[in-house]
Design a protein around this ligand. Structure first.
Ligand code: ZN
Length: 296
């Protein structure tokens, strides 16, 4: 009898790396969380964890890495598997795939954290059965991943949904936004740090009748209308710390309905715009899904 496959899973985040060893989504053998410090230290600690795991459970069949971005996803590029021009100090150009593939001599699946998350949600979570689905995290930054008929969308780079340019809300015309590239792009207006910058509190700390709730919902709804226009998704999964604000997802549904003007047909907004089903496991399970794909 052949043994069940063994997968190494890496959710590479800007503040922490989640590492996991799994046979499948129901059989997670071990996980550990390490801080994102310098690349040398972080990758050394990650590899040490997996060497230990391999001593215990045998050789790995594949790895999956779901990473913060931007990253190079072009298989034909000499910098495939690397982080590209990140503002995170020391991490520009860092090779994530090479050290793992070399150490364990097995295939490595590599994608953005949000592409990993939509893949995992489509296999085991809130986007099962959706042929076109999007995952957006609204937190420290805003990023989106898209799955179109089982393919993760890459293209020239990968989608950067957080950097679309929304129409300004009438009560929010002064704030210049915090994106270093665009100022008032979606991320520059609606990420957690953008909310802190103009109201000095997180959205969940502000009272429910504070205009910030409607303003942020208005911007996020514009992103979903754009997705309806460009991709026609059956499901948009909204995760991240800002989305944990009570009532926000309902406000986003209402605004999306208003801004769409009825154009996109009879949309079930409760079914279109949903919370993640995998919660904070989406990142690590995304890495697992990428590993399973890499093995095939
Ligand atoms: Zn921007």
């Amino acid at each position: 009898m052949t043994r069940a496959p063994l997968f190494g899973c890496i959710e590479a985040g800007g503040t922490k790396f989640m590492l996991g060893v799994a046979r499948d989504c129901d059989t997670i053998l071990d996980t550990v969380r390490i801080p994102t410090s310098t690349p040398d230290v972080t990758l050394r600690d990650a590899l040490a964890f997996f060497v230990n795991a391999s001593n215990q459970w045998g050789s790995f069949d594949a790895f999956g890495i779901a990473s913060f971005g931007p990253v190079d996803l072009d298989r034909l590029s000499s910098s495939w598997g690397r982080i590209t021009d990140t503002p995170k100090a020391g991490w520009t150009g860092v090779d994530l795939v090479g050290p793992v593939g070399n150490a364990f001599d097995c295939p490595v699946g590599f994608d953005t954290d949000v592409n990993g998350a939509i893949l995992a949600e489509s296999l085991w979570g809130a986007a099962v059965g959706a042929d076109i689905a999007v995952y957006v995290t609204v937190g420290t930054g805003i990023g989106g991943g898209a799955l179109v008929e089982e393919r993760l969308v890459h293209g020239a780079r990968h989608p950067e949904m957080g950097h679309m340019l929304p129409r300004r809300h009438a009560l929010d015309l002064e704030f210049p936004g915090i994106c270093p590239y665009h100022g008032c792009c979606l991320e520059g207006l609606s990420s957690g740090p953008a909310i802190m910058a103009r109201w000095r509190h997180s959205l969940s700390e502000l009272p429910q009748d504070h205009p910030a709730h409607e303003i942020i919902a208005y911007y996020l709804a514009q992103m979903i209308v754009a997705q309806q226009a460009f991709l026609s998704p059956r499901r948009v999964v909204l995760g991240g710390g800002v989305m944990a604000t009570p009532g926000l997802i309902e406000r986003v549904r209402t605004q999306t309905s208003i801004l769409g003007g009825g154009y996109f047909g009879s949309v079930d907004f409760d079914g279109l715009i949903v919370e993640p089903a995998l919660g904070d496991r989406a990142g690590l399970l995304g890495a697992l899904a990428l590993a399973q794909r890499a093995r095939r």
